[in-house]
Design a protein around this ligand. Structure first.
Ligand code: GAP
Length: 455
């Protein structure tokens, strides 16, 4: 955490967690059996939000670039990978036990009073000495469970990229600098999962390993920091809520020549969204040493052979999705024409990230012509975007339901659409904008052209 923390807001966080469950963004995993700590299921809206985020990341990091290709590595890998990468030896957090309530706690996250650490669960100061706890989930491959069949669920996606570096380089015929990107699950047996999905035991990462000549590393670290900040702004996180924390040399991994954390102001404090790290040639060199295979690069122009350096922007899908929800959440007091005030809960998602792009509403559900027209509009828009058809309840209620899940556009089919006020308004609808609540009359044939460029 970088600077002075702004005030935390547990009440706001509680409301966000409650909305996530109520509206189907996130459920507790295995809920009917009491849950599983640190594991979450994404419901119909959460899965759309995550997909929009991952698709946009893939679009800007892979498809729109000449210098990046993708891959999808397996979650289970040879144990030798985790020995070589250093994870088996050092991927640990310091753990202490409370001797009174038996809570297992992360030693580096304990609260203290006048310099004395205490248990956040029961308040006792009777804690054990810290010892290293390895965060990787151990598993066995095949039918025998012995030393030879041991491996781990991957704690990061990056290692698959390093060990496939040579294969990908050869098939893609890229020249340095170039990158390999991957999105996928990672698993860490966190001592204290907390802050909703923020620190989970199963989560997804979006990682790029960008390989370069040693002389380019420092400059590319700065380049990728700026690119990544631009990404977060482009998905709707306000720049003033994003913080950059440069990790001081004494806190960085010994091989790193520079690391930035990109942080976000969550209601529970300023916390890391992504690490952008200049990892030098550490990972490839480790795998060269351990496997005996050449993972180096021959530069045709300079006729030099060397082990590429790596700059790694590594982001969390779940953390970013949570940041999007926290940033979008708003409660507004709105007053209707009759002077009646009420609270409007709204998620101000960027249209690109919103799970549902447009709600489609026939004014009355018992009028077959209105319903048929609304269905027709759904069929027109559905191939291009996520739509939601809703005919139940007063129209104001239906708008509110969509506001609460962040749907940026609402299309209402009324009697004017059917031509009851003459030909001028025939085949036009009301297009309602979520944030301003302004409504405009637009032709059905213009809807796609109006909405699509904003997604
Ligand atoms: N390959 C580098 C690496 O894994 P990291 O800082 O340990 O670096 C990168 O993880 C990102 O993965 C973090 O910035 C965060 O967004 C996400 N992440 C890490 N641990 C997580 C956890 N327990 N729950 C949710 N996301 C996590």
């Amino acid at each position: 955490m970088s600077e002075q923390q702004p005030k935390t807001n547990p009440e706001r966080m509680e409301k966000i967690v409650s909305l996530c469950k109520r509206r189907g963004f996130v459920f507790q995993s295995s809920e009917i059996y009491g849950g599983l700590n640190g594991c979450w299921d994404y419901g119909p809206l959460g899965v759309e939000l995550k997909r929009n985020l991952k698709d946009y990341w893939w679009r800007v990091m892979v498809r729109e670039r000449d210098d990046v290709v993708g891959m999808d590595g397996s979650i289970l890998m040879n144990r030798a990978v985790w020995k070589a990468s250093g994870h088996e030896e050092t991927f640990t957090d310091p753990m202490v036990d409370c001797r009174v309530c038996k809570a297992r706690l992360r030693a580096d996250q304990l609260p203290d009073k006048e310099g004395v650490k205490y248990c956040p669960t029961c308040g006792s100061r009777d804690l054990t000495e810290a010892r290293a706890f390895n965060l990787m989930f151990l598993t066995y491959v095949g039918a025998t469970q012995d030393e030879s069949s041991k491996t781990y669920l991957r704690p990061e996606t990056a290692q698959a990229i390093f060990v496939q570096f040579k294969n990908v380089l050869e098939v893609s015929r890229k020249k340095l600098p170039f990158g390999i990107a991957q999105v996928g699950k990672a698993f860490r047996n966190e001592i204290n999962p907390r802050n909703f999905t923020f620190r989970s035991r199963e989560f997804e990462q979006m990682e790029l390993e960008y390989f370069c000549a040693p002389a380019q590393g420092r400059e590319l670290l700065e380049y990728w920091l700026q690119e990544r900040l631009r990404f977060y702004e482009n998905i709707g996180l306000p720049r003033e809520k994003l913080h950059v924390h440069e990790i001081p040399a004494e806190e960085r991994a010994f091989y790193s020549q520079g690391t930035y954390d990109i942080e976000f102001e969550f209601p529970f404090g300023i916390q890391e969204l992504e690490g952008v790290a200049y990892r030098t040639d550490y990972d490839l060199t480790q795998h060269i040493k351990a496997s005996g295979k050449p993972l180096d690069y021959f530069d045709e122009e300079t006729k030099q052979r060397f082990v590429p350096h790596v700059v790694e922007p590594s982001a969390g899908v779940d953390r970013t999705a949570l940041a999007l929800i926290c940033s979008a959440y708003d409660e507004e007091t709105v007053t209707d024409e009759k002077g009646k005030s009420e609270t409007r809960i709204v998620l101000h998602f960027h249209p690109r990230m919103a799970p549902i792009k447009v709600g489609i509403f026939p004014l009355l559900k018992n009028n077959p012509q209105l319903v048929a027209k609304a269905r027709e509009i759904s069929a027109l828009l559905r191939p291009h975007m996520m739509t939601f058809y809703d005919e139940g309840g007063a129209i104001g209620r239906r708008y509110r339901r969509q506001d609460e899940v962040g749907t940026p556009f609402g299309v209402t089919v009324d009697f004017d659409t059917l031509g009851e006020k003459g030909d001028e308004l025939k085949d036009t609808v009301t297009l309602r904008h979520r944030d301003s609540m302004k409504q405009e009359r637009v032709a059905i044939k213009d809807l796609l052209g109006l909405i699509l460029p904003q997604l």
